[in-house]
Design a protein around this ligand. Structure first.
Ligand code: GUN
Length: 293
């Protein structure tokens, strides 16, 4: 069994990005600039956004964090999105999700200029991704592809089961694993909360990508000997023995599943750091105006 070290791979990629930014700056070009909007004080969102700001520093990017209390109106937020759309110094920006219920996430996403949508959530980027055109690809699926690539994991003709059908992970992941490319060329099945044969599908899978948000959902008896298991879950499960009061828990029961796998990602230290570094890669592309002029 090989443990996929997302932390090490992401550190390596951040170094590669920082070197490229240093070259850009030496040529007199501007540093890529990522802005992030954070609404409210959700613990997970606070942690993710802080990690994104820190990663920007490590990559040599400029970053701007814009905070609102959870009672911000939809109009105020949309005004800020439009302001960032028009700001020539900002290459790309994100609005951290989830948003409070009184704000339409879809409306916010669709207001972001797709040319600055480094999260890859805008319908134009989602559509372009699904037909294989250059675009910003959602960070988590993109980070998973990078791990498959860096560990030389075979995907062509393999049976890949994606657990979960979210717009951010499950759907784009399935589209990317079936694309005519490497990594890709897999036979993809998407299972979700209404699937009747989820366990049987998993048992036949060469690659399982678990993105349900249900701690310890994937058990040893659901995994074929030699399978590749990618765990996207990051649920905060209460744990009184820890200073933080919680334990970040994946969708896979790691201890019993790992011995059966050829490759597996741990939680934390697997997919999580790759998600952040994929956002950095998108920001670099935005800074270089490589995808959209
Ligand atoms: N919430 C959970 N994951 C993400 C992400 O990748 N981007 C944003 N903006 N919000 C998230």
């Amino acid at each position: 069994m090989t443990l996929i070290d997302g932390k090490a791979v992401s550190a390596q990629i951040k170094k590669e990005i920082a070197a490229e930014v240093a070259d850009m700056v030496a040529r007199g070009e501007k540093r890529p600039h990522l802005a992030a909007i954070l609404v409210g004080h959700d613990g997970g969102s606070e942690t993710y956004v802080a990690a994104k700001v820190k990663a920007c520093e490590e990559c040599g990017f400029t970053s701007t964090l814009i905070r609102y209390e959870s009672d911000v109106t939809e109009e105020e937020l949309l005004n800020k999105v439009n302001e960032l759309n028009a700001d020539p110094d900002v290459d790309g920006f994100i609005v951290q999700l989830p948003l409070p219920k009184h704000i339409s996430e879809q409306k916010v996403i669709e207001t972001i200029d797709y040319r600055k949508d480094v999260d890859g959530f805008h319908p134009i980027n989602v559509g372009r991704m699904s037909i294989g055109l250059p675009c910003y690809v959602s960070a988590t699926p993109s980070g998973i592809l990078e791990l498959l690539k860096r560990y030389h994991i075979e995907t062509q003709g393999k049976k890949c089961v994606v657990l979960g059908r979210s717009n951010i992970v499950g759907k784009p992941m399935a589209a990317l694993m079936m694309q005519k490319a490497y990594p890709g060329d897999a036979t993809v099945t998407v299972c979700h909360s209404r699937s009747r044969n989820l366990v049987e599908e998993c048992r036949e899978a060469d690659i399982i990508i678990a993105a349900l948000g249900q701690p310890n959902f994937v058990k040893a008896d659901m995994v074929k000997e030699g399978a590749v298991v990618i765990d996207v879950g990051t649920t905060r499960v209460p744990d009184a023995t820890r200073k933080s009061g919680f334990k970040l828990t994946g969708d896979v029961k790691f201890d019993e599943v790992a011995p059966k796998c050829s490759f597996i990602t741990p939680v934390p230290g697997g997919v999580g750091p790759m998600t952040i570094v994929s956002l950095m890669k998108n920001t670099l592309l935005a800074g270089k105006k490589e995808i959209y002029k």
